[in-house]
Design a protein around this ligand. Structure first.
Ligand SMILES: *[C@@H]1O[C@H](CO)[C@@H](O)[C@H](O)[C@H]1NC(C)=O
Ligand SMILES: [Cu+2]
Length: 183
């Protein structure tokens, strides 16, 4: 009798742990994804030091840059580092934006370069470089250390049932993650 209770509570604890562990990952992912208006209140314009602006923030995967400017007066070209340095947009252009309210999702842990190609604006400093760090996984400690304790749970009596619970909870969590567009 007593041992059944113990096994049941261990199973419940294990499955709860897994459920909340994945819920945690989801929450972290969504809390960490931030939206940045380039240049803050100044927006995307001439006469602003975007190196200073980009140094104020740490960008992580999933963050969004919003370029706000008067349409036609400026534009946003996503370019290679070389083109960012030369301001010569005849080559090295990955994407172009011109809506005046352009949202760019920083989808990868890499560097991104943007310039404005209207007459001399890039040379005058209208260019932005950001380097993007990995999101939840590079937090190290918290996420990588957490999963080890429950492995010991898989002991004598409740072993098989525990496995089914873990699998089920994992499946549920994956569905949840997919539903919340985490992939
Ligand atoms: C950015 O990250 C660095 C190094 O981890 C840290 O020292 C700094 O405080 C962070 N800056 C912001 C604005 O979060
Ligand atoms: Cu411009």
């Amino acid at each position: 009798m007593a041992s059944h209770l113990v096994v049941t509570s261990r199973l419940t604890a294990t499955s709860s742990f897994f459920f909340f562990f994945f819920l945690c990952l989801v929450a972290r992912h969504h809390l960490e994804a931030a939206e940045y208006t380039v240049g803050d209140a100044d927006g995307w314009d001439t006469g602003i030091n975007y190196l200073l602006w980009s140094n104020k923030y740490n960008f992580t995967v999933g963050d969004v840059l919003v370029f706000k400017y008067v349409q036609v007066q400026h534009n946003v070209y996503q370019v290679t580092e070389e083109t960012y340095r030369s301001c010569d947009s005849s080559t090295g252009v990955t994407r172009t934006y011109d809506s005046g309210d352009d949202r760019v999702t920083l989808g990868e842990a890499t560097s991104y370069w943007f310039i404005c190609t209207i007459n001399g604006h890039c040379q005058a400093g209208m260019r932005l470089a950001v380097s993007v760090a990995k999101s939840s996984s590079d937090g190290g400690g918290a996420t990588s250390a957490a999963p080890s304790p429950p492995e010991q749970d898989n002991g004598a009596a409740g072993g098989r049932m525990g496995w089914w619970w873990k699998a089920w909870m994992l499946c549920l969590s994956l569905c949840l993650l997919t539903w919340l567009n985490c992939f």
